[in-house]
Design a protein around this ligand. Structure first.
Ligand SMILES: [Zn+2]
Length: 321
C-alpha cells in the first residue's frame, strides 16, 4: 500500500493529445486520463487542458493532485526546466515565446512541476523500463506527427548542446520533399504523419482516390490519426499503402545513417504510428535499414516501444522521482 506522498504524476503533451497518468513508486500506472490538445487559443489554454487531464488521472487513481510527490511533463519545443518555461513548440497553438508552463500547472494542481523534452523522457522510459532495458546504447525513434529521436550512449543521455536527436531532420534526399521545418529532403518530410497528410490532401486535389478522408469523416476526426492510417492499410488503400511504403523507406535510410554514425546496440521505435503498427512494422523498418548499414554483418536490434503510447507519460513521471 502506497501512501500518497510516493505517487507521482506524468503528463505527455503531444501534438494531437494530452495523456496524463499517476504512477506509484514502482512506476505502475494507477490512473490515466486523456484530453485532445487544443488546436486554437494559446499556451494558457493548453496548460488548462493539461491540468484537466492530470486532475482526471488523479481522480481515477483516487488521489488529490496536491498530495503528489511531484508532476513531470514531457513537452515538445525548447524546454528550460530551470526557468520552468517552454518556447518554440511549433505543433502547438501560438506557442513561440517562452511560456511559464511549470508555474501555470503548479498553480492549478498544487504540486511541484518538472519539465523535460518529450522525446528525451520517452527514450529514458524505454531505456529504464521498456524495450531498451537489455542495452547500454539506444536510439529512440518516435514516429508520429513528426519524427523525433532520443539518444542514450553508455547509459547516459546525449543532448549535445541541447538540440541533439533531431533524426527527423536528417536528410534522406537532397533537394527532396518539403519538410514542415521549411527545409527539403528531411526524413520527416516523408515519414511524419503531418507531412504524409499534406501529401495525401495534395494527391486528392489532383484526383487520386483514397479511403483515408472518408475514414476520417466517418470517425468525426479532422486529421488523419494513426488508427486511420492503420485501417486504410488493412483495407489495402493504394494511396495509404504508397505513402507508408515511402515513409518506411525513408525511415530505413535515416535510421541506418544514424546507426552508421553512433553504432548503438538497439533502435526503439515508438510514437503514435510506431506503436500502432507494432513489431511487424519495426521488422519492415529493419529490413529497409539493411542496404544502408555500413556494418551490415551486425545490425542493431530494432524493437517496438514496450511501454506503448503511455511511454511518454511514464517517462515524464520519472522526472518527478
Ligand atoms: Zn525538416
Amino acid at each position: 500500500m502506497n501512501d500518497n506522498g510516493q505517487l507521482r504524476g506524468g503528463i505527455d503533451l503531444g501534438g494531437t493529445k494530452i495523456a496524463a497518468i499517476i504512477v506509484d513508486a514502482d512506476n505502475q500506472v494507477l490512473g490515466q486520463s486523456r484530453q485532445p490538445t487544443p488546436t486554437g487559443g494559446g499556451p494558457a489554454d493548453v496548460a488548462r487542458q493539461m491540468a484537466e487531464a492530470m486532475s482526471g488521472a488523479a481522480e481515477a487513481a483516487g488521489v488529490k493532485t496536491r498530495a503528489l510527490q511531484g508532476i513531470g511533463v514531457g513537452s515538445p519545443g525548447d524546454v528550460d526546466n530551470d526557468a520552468g518555461t517552454v518556447s518554440n513548440a511549433r505543433n502547438l497553438p501560438d506557442w513561440i515565446a517562452p511560456f511559464e508552463l511549470a508555474a501555470a500547472l503548479s498553480k492549478q494542481l498544487g504540486s511541484a512541476v518538472h519539465l523535460g523534452n518529450d522525446v528525451q523522457v520517452a527514450t529514458r522510459a524505454e531505456f529504464e523500463l521498456g524495450a531498451g532495458r537489455p542495452y547500454e546504447s539506444v536510439l529512440g525513434v518516435f514516429w508520429g506527427t513528426g519524427v523525433g529521436g532520443g539518444i542514450i550512449l553508455n547509459g547516459v543521455p546525449w543532448r549535445g548542446r541541447g538540440g541533439a536527436g533531431e533524426i527527423g531532420h536528417t536528410v534522406v534526399r537532397r533537394g527532396g520533399a518539403q519538410c514542415p521545418c521549411g527545409r527539403r529532403g528531411c526524413l520527416e518530410a516523408y515519414a511524419g504523419r503531418g507531412a504524409m497528410e499534406t501529401r495525401a490532401r495534395n494527391e486528392v486535389d489532383k484526383g487520386t482516390k483514397t479511403e483515408l478522408f472518408k475514414l476520417m469523416k466517418a470517425r468525426g476526426r479532422d486529421r488523419l490519426t494513426s488508427s486511420i492510417w492503420d485501417q486504410a492499410l488493412q483495407q489495402e488503400d493504394p494511396l495509404a499503402t504508397e505513402l507508408i511504403d515511402r515513409a518506411v523507406q525513408a525511415l530505413g535510410a535515416g535510421i541506418a545513417s544514424a546507426v552508421n554514425l553512433l553504432d548503438v546496440e538497439a533502435v526503439v521505435i515508438g510514437g503514435g504510428l510506431g506503436v500502432r503498427f507494432g513489431q511487424p512494422m519495426a521488422e519492415r523498418i529493419s529490413t529497409e535499414m539493411h542496404p544502408h548499414l555500413f556494418n551490415d554483418s551486425r545490425p542493431p536490434a530494432v524493437r517496438v516501444a514496450a511501454l506503448g503510447d503511455l511511454g511518454g507519460a511514464i517517462g515524464a513521471a520519472l522526472l518527478a522521482a
